[in-house]
Design a protein around this ligand. Structure first.
Ligand code: HEM
Ligand SMILES: [Ca+2]
Length: 754
């Protein structure tokens, strides 16, 4: 690997002229990943200097991306008659599909996921309880069908379809538009109105955006095929050949880094999966996975993953099918027809929507009097409230299962631990703020606390987590580091929505860093209390009720190394995930690959080109080991899935990811900063919820170690490594007492209203 120049992520482009100092014609110098136009031969994009790196002068704007470009090109004229009749066709098709889907319930024995099957845990991980999703999803389908119908009539070219078109058409589904007050001091619950002139940007139940126009084999929604036109290899075949089990502990990062990463991911990304007409989980397999459901019984959203008879793991269990259901389509906010964009069930902003919920109803079910969040007091230890919903796998007497804003907080117990820390921090801050401001009513206490906690969370992401992920150069190129005082990065033309590439591939690097076991130390004995294999901790959070458990996991996460980012995924995720009582579970690696195809992601090569790297033309350009495996499954280097290719890259200098994932993730968080009016560093000129300079200075003292120290049980955890996401055996990061000045605290008195 190390010897291949292609895997190092260096630029091989030879510039004929030195980079421009200033871009001509109002162009903006941006990282290549933010200017999709530059990959086209006809596009003029001179190189330019960008904070110590080379960017391109972009004339389609940096924010973002394929979308701006398509608006610029949406000049296609389609006859009104064609559009009208396409819409009526489309309505008929939708009602046929829905009738058919409803009929399938007559065969519910086969068409609905059994609660004892491993796929049920997958369903629990992705289920949405927001009732608005189904209506919007139908609207999304309607507008998609219209695009398909128009395309079939050849009213529009393949190229224009790939770029979508935004002409207002007659009879489309139009999602309800929020009415906004730009002056509101607090973020809305679902992220609406963050940008008053594009009020749905980043809102819950809107679509993922894209770095590149999608690769759907029919241009609209059908999953990608190989370059040759043949079907791509089964996602499970790719997973079993390329994503092996194996332990490669990181020499620097700990499991807290992993766990905080998933906590961030759940805040911003939650693809909404199609459900059966009665709300149950759709099954695309039958006979407990021994067969693929015959096509006539498959729901239209089925894309089951085929398992080969000689599969090295599933073969022995006669498994031929891993359940997979596609993501719902979001209607564009301007009611336009076009290719499918998948629906996000979370607000796209890092705003703790997984703690507070994304709807008013959810939030009110989580609130308690006094501006607090509800808790369950377990003999004096505050835990998130117990849930009545069936959100866990254990149904045994005495099993605990907890509420969270997104209903996915029980997925792995270390995630439940972070939900607990943030719930406690909310209540700790609320009590302090209300003590300092006796005139505040409980609503003010609540909203002020939420605003402050969101700021702390964003600071930890940008100040602690991202630098450890991306390294110093990318932090600089994308201007991600917190500055002194206010930031002037706000740009109302930047769309902060998640890119499909981020959600369905790059941010899932995290699945490679999960360790197969969680080590629970026994601090008083100076040894290990318990080592638990992770599938046993998924949707099984009952251990949270053990008095010592929370402190011990927190200590364990700080000291246990995470795994490196590489093409190795623990079998706890790739073979046994959500196994319940079964001898096998589902394969998350295969699901990730299939999800990328579901979202219409392009092949890995196309993203190399986007970020300015050479494309692979021959498998032999990969390291020998990878080449052998790649050639055994893919026909052509152009076929490689993004998630797979990204994991094969060598990490960039000072970071832990390869250049492709690093660019995709950096772009995302750059847009989360530029495109979020309420970003914690933005000043009162743009941000109606801005902090005072003195308060901002206090917020910038907060670290994850401080949050943990302030909200631990304090039974066994008395010290923390100051850098909570780095191993506690690194020189300089040895645990220090929680009251040490090396773990600074905010002076809350600065939050007394004058
Ligand atoms: C024990 C740990 C973890 C488990 C069991 C787990 C499991 C899952 C599952 C079942 C899905 C849904 C897959 C699909 O249907 O497409 C998912 C999605 C995802 N995971 Fe993880 N994951 C874990 C850790 C992580 C970490 C550490 C990160 C990031 C640092 C991460 C990032 C993501 C992202 C971005 C998604 C896509 C979410 C969406 O939009 O639906 N996960 N994970
Ligand atoms: Ca969010």
């Amino acid at each position: 690997h190390k010897n291949s120049p292609l895997t190092h992520g260096q630029e091989h482009t030879h510039y004929k002229e030195p980079p421009c100092a200033i871009c001509p014609r109002h162009g903006r110098c941006v990282p290549k990943v933010q200017c999709p136009a530059h990959v086209r031969a006809s596009s003029y994009n001179p190189a330019c200097h960008l904070n110590g790196a080379v960017g391109v002068c972009c004339f389609t704007g940096s924010g973002h991306a394929a979308e701006n470009e398509r608006k610029a090109r949406a000049a296609t004229l389609i006859s009104a008659e064609d559009v009208k009749s396409s819409h009526s066709q489309s309505r008929q098709k939708l009602s046929q599909w829905i009738t058919l889907a409803a009929k399938l319930l007559e065969h519910s024995m086969h068409t609905i996921v059994n609660t004892t099957s491993p796929s049920y845990g997958h369903h629990l991980s992705v289920v949405t309880h927001d009732e608005r999703a189904a209506t919007l999803g139908r609207g999304g389908l309607l507008n998609l069908f219209t695009a398909q119908e128009l395309k079939a009539r050849q009213a529009i070219s393949e190229d224009d379809l790939a770029l979508g078109f935004t002409e207002h058409t007659d009879g489309p589904f139009c999602p309800p538009q929020p009415s906004c007050s730009a002056l509101n001091r607090y973020r809305s619950i679902g992220g609406e109105c963050n940008n008053p002139s594009s009020s749905t940007w980043g809102a819950v139940l809107t679509g993922f955006e894209r770095l590149l126009p999608p690769n759907y084999s029919d241009g609209t929604w059908a999953m990608r095929t190989a370059k040759s036109g043949a079907p791509l290899p089964s996602a499970r075949t790719v997973s079993s050949a390329l994503l092996l089990d194996g332990s490669h502990p990181s020499s620097t990062h700990n499991m807290m880094f992993m766990q905080f990463g998933q906590f961030i991911a759940h805040d911003i990304s939650a693809g909404v999966i199609f459900n059966a007409e009665n709300g149950s989980a759709i099954s695309c397999c039958m006979n407990n996975g021994e067969d693929i459901l015959p096509p006539e019984l498959q729901h239209f959203a089925c894309a089951p993953i085929e398992v080969a008879t000689d599969d090295p793991f599933y073969g022995q269990f006669k498994q031929k099918c891993i359940n997979f259901v596609r993501t719902q389509i979001a209607p564009a906010s301007d009611c336009s027809a076009g290719y499918a964009k998948q629906m996000n069930g979370a607000s796209h902003y890092p705003d703790l929507s997984h703690l507070y919920g994304s709807s008013e109803e959810k939030l009110s079910s989580l609130r308690a009097p006094g501006g607090l969040l509800r808790t369950f007091s377990d003999y004096g230890r505050e835990l998130p409230p117990l849930t009545e919903r069936k959100e866990c796998l254990a149904v045994k007497e005495g099993a605990a299962c907890f509420e969270s804003g997104d209903n996915h907080g029980n997925q792995i117990i270390s995630l439940t631990v972070l939900h607990t820390i943030f719930t406690r921090e909310h209540n700790r801050l609320a009590k302090a703020l209300s003590g300092l401001n006796p005139g505040w009513d409980e609503d003010t206490v609540f909203w002020e606390t939420r605003r402050l906690l969101q700021a702390q969370f964003q600071h930890i992401i940008y100040n602690e987590w991202l630098p450890l992920l991306l390294g110093p150069q990318i932090m600089k190129t994308f201007e991600l580091s917190p500055s002194a005082g206010y930031s002037s990065a706000y740009d109302p033309h930047t769309n902060p929505s998640l890119s499909a590439e981020f959600s369905a591939a790059a941010m899932r690097f995290g699945h490679s860093v999960v360790s197969g076991r969680i080590v629970i130390p026994s601090p008083q004995m100076g040894g290990i209390y318990e080592t638990i294999s992770i599938p046993e901790l998924m949707f099984h959070p009952t251990r949270m009720r053990l008095r010592h458990f929370l402190d011990r996991v927190l200590i364990g996460l700080s000291s246990q190394p995470m795994q490196t980012v590489d093409p190795f995924v623990t079998e706890g995720l790739s073979r046994y995930m959500f196994h319940g009582g079964n001898p096998y579970g589902v394969d998350l690696a295969a699901i990730n690959i299939q999800r990328g195809r579901d979202h219409g992601l392009n092949s890995y090569n196309q993203y190399r080109k986007l970020i300015g790297l050479d494309m692979y033309t021959d498998f032999q350009q990969f390291a020998p080991n990878a080449a052998r495996r790649l050639v055994s499954v893919y026909e052509d280097p152009e076929d490689i899935d993004l998630w797979v290719g990204g994991l094969l890259e060598e990490p960039i200098e000072g970071g832990i990811l390869g250049p492709t994932f690093a660019n995709i993730i950096a772009d995302q968080f750059a847009r989360h900063k530029k495109g979020d009016r309420f970003f914690y560093e933005h000043g009162p000129d743009v941000n109606p919820g801005a902090f005072t300079p003195i308060q901002l200075e206090e917020i910038k003292k907060v670290t994850l170690a401080r949050l943990i120290c302030d909200n631990r049980d304090g039974i066994e955890l008395v010290s923390m490594p100051p850098a909570a996401c780095l191993r506690d055996d690194l020189p300089g990061n040895e645990p220090v007492p929680c009251d040490s000045p090396r773990i600074p605290a905010m002076d809350l008195s600065k939050f007394r209203e004058s």
